[in-house]
Design a protein around this ligand. Structure first.
Ligand code: DC
Length: 256
């Protein structure tokens, strides 16, 4: 480990890491923490669905017009940048980081994410963002659809009441006034929508590592993920060394 707490990563292969799970399970904190530790890029795919929802609302695109939604999603330019440790979301040059987090946009994003054409457009963008590796992608379908061959897959879950409590605290800290029962209803409704939609419903990939964060701190979850990624990197390096068809790594490259 480097002095800053970063895990030194093999130069041979930069991994693709998928983190899926329902809202409030702690995916964002874990994904950001893991990306920081590995010095990898963090991609928040939920923010991309939220950005499409925000723009659809701003431009008056009706939710029932699936073709128009798909056209909107394919035409948008969505990117991320980090400033003073905070990840910002840019949509067609506009910083939408805060605007996409309202309860209204949460529900709208969940609705819009059911549209096949929107998913196709965003999955294409996500594959472009992640294909070089050295990336932690967070979402609902990363390990099942976007990168079914991701090097390491996590499915992060927590009890419903705990996820609602976290969401409630997050909104309260931002000064958004809601009551707890409303937040709980919103979480249950979104879970239902995300898990039962026709296209790419949220489910655990068969080969994903399940982590339950109900009674665990965010730091603890990140540590477990780091351990799993390091173990995976080691076993990959051993198999590469054992395989005579794989060229030797250049001198100076480090294994995990
Ligand atoms: O992770 P989030 O709450 O910011 O995601 C917003 C919505 O987008 C959520 O209701 C489900 C949807 N989503 C999705 O369908 N697929 C993804 N890969 C990420 C998010």
């Amino acid at each position: 480990m480097s002095p800053e707490g970063r895990v030194e990563i093999s130069q041979e292969k930069r991994l693709i890491i998928a983190i899926d799970g329902p809202s409030g399970a702690g995916k964002s904190t874990a994904a950001k923490g893991l990306a920081r530790r590995l010095d990898y890029v963090y991609v928040d795919t939920g923010a991309m669905y939220r950005a499409v929802a925000l723009m659809a609302k701003a431009r008056g695109v009706p939710l029932i017009d699936e073709n128009a939604l798909a056209r909107l999603a394919s035409a948008l330019h969505i990117s991320f940048f980090t400033k003073e440790g905070k990840t910002h979301v840019l949509c067609d040059g506009e910083d939408v980081t805060e605007a996409i987090r309202s309860p209204e946009i949460s529900l709208l994003a969940s609705e819009i994410s059911k549209t096949k054409g929107v998913r196709t457009a965003l999955v294409r963008m996500q594959r472009r963002m992640g294909k070089q590796g050295g990336v932690v992608l967070e979402g609902r379908d990363i390990g099942t659809v976007v990168f079914p061959h991701a090097d390491v897959k996590f499915y992060l879950d927590a009890e419903t009441g705990e996820r609602a409590r976290r969401r409630f605290t997050e909104l309260a800290e931002k000064g958004v006034r809601v009551d707890f029962s409303e937040t709980l209803r919103e979480v249950i409704r979104r879970d239902h929508g995300d898990m039962h939609r026709t296209h790419s419903p949220l489910k655990k990939a068969a080969d994903a590592i399940l982590i339950d964060s109900t009674h665990r701190s965010a730091g603890d979850v990140v540590e477990e993920m780091v351990r799993m990624v390091v173990a995976k990197g080691r076993s990959d390096s051993r198999s590469r060394r054992a395989d005579p068809s794989v060229p030797k790594a250049p001198r100076g490259s480090k294994d995990l």
